[in-house]
Design a protein around this ligand. Structure first.
Ligand SMILES: Cc1cc2nc3c(=O)[nH]c(=O)nc-3n(C[C@H](O)[C@H](O)[C@H](O)COP(=O)(O)OP(=O)(O)OC[C@H]3O[C@@H](n4cnc5c(N)ncnc54)[C@H](O)[C@@H]3O)c2cc1C
Length: 411
C-alpha cells in the first residue's frame, strides 16, 4: 500500500512537471539539525476558500512551449559578418532558467564582441529569455538594443503559469549531450539565486508561496488515465534533474489530512514554492532595461540574413518558438498548454495541486491548469485556440475541495 501511495504521488508530480521537485518525494516531516530539537515544517492555519466556479473565468490563454529534444540551444553561429549566440528552446522552463541561461549567453556575447568598455549588442526577442539576456548584458556593461516582433505583454512568455519548474519539458533524456545535466544545474542555480534578488521588492514580482499537494480519497477510473492510453506520438523520456538541486530548493512534507480544510482527501503534503508574478515581473524587467539606457525596436525577421544586416555584429537570438520558422530548426516541437484564469482573490495566498489540476493564485488572476496525462499532453500541437469546455471541466475537478462555495441559483 505505501508503494501505491508513492506511485500515486509520482504521477501527481509528473503531471506538474517538477512542480515541487523530486525532493518532495523523499522529504521527511521535520528537519533535524545536530544539537537542535526537530522543528515542524507545517502549522495548520485558516486559509481562504477559492471561488472555484466557471462563472469566475476572466480569460483563457493558450501558448506553445518551445521544446527541443537536445535541450535549449546555446551555441554560436556565424551569419555573414555577424556572430549569433543562440538562447532558445527552453520548453516549460523558460522563466525558471531565464537568468542562468541568459547569463551564459551574455558572457559569450561579451567575449565575442572583443571590445573592452561598452560594446553594442543586439537581442532578438522580448520574452523571458530576451529580457533577461538584455539585462545580463547591461549588467556586464554592454549597450543593448532589443529587436522583437512582439514585446511585453504580448509575448508567449506572458501566458506562462509562473512557477519554478526548471526541468519541465526541458529536454529528451535520450537526446541530450552527456554534459547537459551539469550545464542545466549551473543554469538552475544561477537562476534560483537571481530570482531571489526580487523577493520582497515593490509589487512582489517574485514570491515564495505555500503549496498543498492533495491526493483524492477516491481517484476514480479517469484519474488513473495516462497519456499512453490515448493515440498520439510515442512517449518522450523527459529529462528530470530535480534531485541535483536538493540542497537549495524547499521540500514538501507529509501533513495530517485533518489539519487541512479540504474534504475527501486521502493524503496531503505541504511545501513552499517559488512563484513569479509574471505581469509584474516582466514589467519590472522592461522598466529596468529602459532605465539602464536600453532601446526596443519593433521588427520582424524572416531569415537569418536579415539579422546579419543589423548594425550590431554580435546578437543573442531569443526568439523562442519563433526560432522554428526563422532558423528552420526542426528539432523544435510545440507543446500546447492552456490556462483558465479566475478573477483574482487577493485573500488567497496558497496554491494547490489536486486531481491533475494546478491552482495558483496571482495578482492578475487565479491560474487553473490541467496537468492530467503528464508531459505529453499537447505535444506536437501548435493550436493556440482556447478550449472553454476543457477549462470548465478542469475547474469542476477541483470544485469539490470548496463545498462552502455554492453553485449559483438557476436563472
Ligand atoms: C501553459 C504554459 C505554462 C508555462 N508555465 C511555465 C512556468 O510555470 N515556469 C516556467 O519556467 N516556464 C513556463 N512555461 C514555459 C515558458 O513560457 C517558455 O519557456 C518561455 O516563455 C520561453 O520564452 P522565450 O523568451 O524563449 O520565448 P517567447 O516568450 O515566445 O519570446 C520570443 C520573442 O521573440 C520574438 N520573435 C519570435 N520570432 C521572431 C521573428 N521572426 N522576428 C522578430 N521577433 C521574433 C517574439 O516576438 C518574442 O518577443 C510555460 C509555457 C506554457 C505554454
Amino acid at each position: 500500500m505505501p508503494g501505491a501511495i508513492l506511485n500515486h504521488r509520482r504521477a501527481v508530480l509528473a503531471g506538474l512537471g517538477g512542480f515541487l521537485g523530486q525532493g518532495a518525494l523523499s522529504a521527511c516531516t521535520t528537519s533535524a539539525r545536530p544539537g537542535l530539537a526537530p522543528r515542524p515544517a507545517f502549522t495548520a492555519r485558516r486559509i481562504a476558500p477559492i471561488l472555484m466556479a466557471p462563472e469566475r473565468i476572466i480569460r483563457i490563454t493558450v501558448c506553445t512551449r518551445p521544446f527541443r529534444a537536445p535541450g535549449p540551444r546555446l551555441d554560436v553561429e556565424r551569419v555573414g559578418e555577424t556572430l549569433v549566440v543562440h538562447n532558445y528552446g527552453h520548453g516549460g522552463s523558460g522563466w525558471s532558467l531565464s537568468w542562468g541561461s541568459s547569463g551564459i549567453a551574455a558572457r559569450k556575447a561579451m567575449a565575442l564582441s572583443g571590445e573592452n568598455g561598452s560594446p553594442e549588442i543586439a537581442v532578438i526577442g522580448c520574452g523571458a529569455l530576451g529580457l533577461t539576456s538584455a539585462l545580463q548584458l547591461q549588467r556586464l556593461g554592454a549597450r543593448v538594443v532589443i529587436y522583437a516582433r512582439e514585446r511585453t505583454p504580448f509575448t508567449r512568455s506572458m501566458r506562462a503559469t509562473g512557477t519554478w519548474t526548471p526541468d519541465s519539458r526541458i529536454a529528451d533524456a535520450d537526446k541530450v549531450d552527456p554534459d547537459f545535466p551539469a550545464l542545466w544545474e549551473r543554469m538552475s542555480r544561477e537562476s534560483f539565486a537571481t530570482h531571489q534578488t526580487y523577493l520582497g521588492t515593490q509589487g512582489d514580482p517574485v514570491v515564495f508561496q505555500d503549496r498543498y499537494i492533495l491526493a483524492r480519497a477516491n481517484p476514480g477510473p479517469q484519474a488513473a488515465q495516462k497519456a499512453e492510453d490515448k493515440p498520439g506520438p510515442p512517449e518522450i523520456r523527459f529529462a528530470e534533474y530535480g534531485e541535483r538541486l536538493h540542497d537549495i530548493v524547499p521540500r514538501s512534507v507529509a501533513i495530517p489530512v485533518e489539519q487541512t480544510p479540504f474534504p475527501g482527501i486521502a493524503s496531503a503534503r505541504f511545501g513552499s514554492g517559488l512563484q513569479f508574478n509574471i505581469t509584474e515581473l516582466a514589467h519590472r524587467l522592461m522598466t529596468e532595461f529602459q532605465m539602464g539606457g536600453g532601446r526596443i525596436e519593433t521588427r520582424e525577421f524572416h531569415a537569418p540574413t536579415e539579422i546579419a544586416s543589423l548594425d550590431e555584429k554580435v546578437v543573442i537570438n531569443c526568439t523562442g518558438y519563433g526560432a522554428r520558422a526563422l532558423w528552420h530548426d526542426r528539432t523544435m516541437t510545440p507543446v500546447r498548454g492552456q490556462i483558465a484564469w479566475l478573477a483574482p482573490q487577493p485573500e488567497v495566498d496558497y496554491s494547490l495541486f489536486y486531481a491533475g489540476v494546478a491552482v495558483i493564485p496571482r495578482p492578475d488572476g487565479i491560474v487553473v491548469q490541467n496537468t492530467r496525462g503528464g508531459d505529453m499532453v499537447g505535444y506536437g500541437s501548435e493550436d493556440e485556440t482556447p478550449d472553454r469546455a476543457e477549462a470548465e471541466a478542469t475547474i469542476s475537478r477541483v470544485a469539490p475541495l470548496f463545498p462552502s462555495v455554492r453553485p449559483p441559483l438557476p436563472a
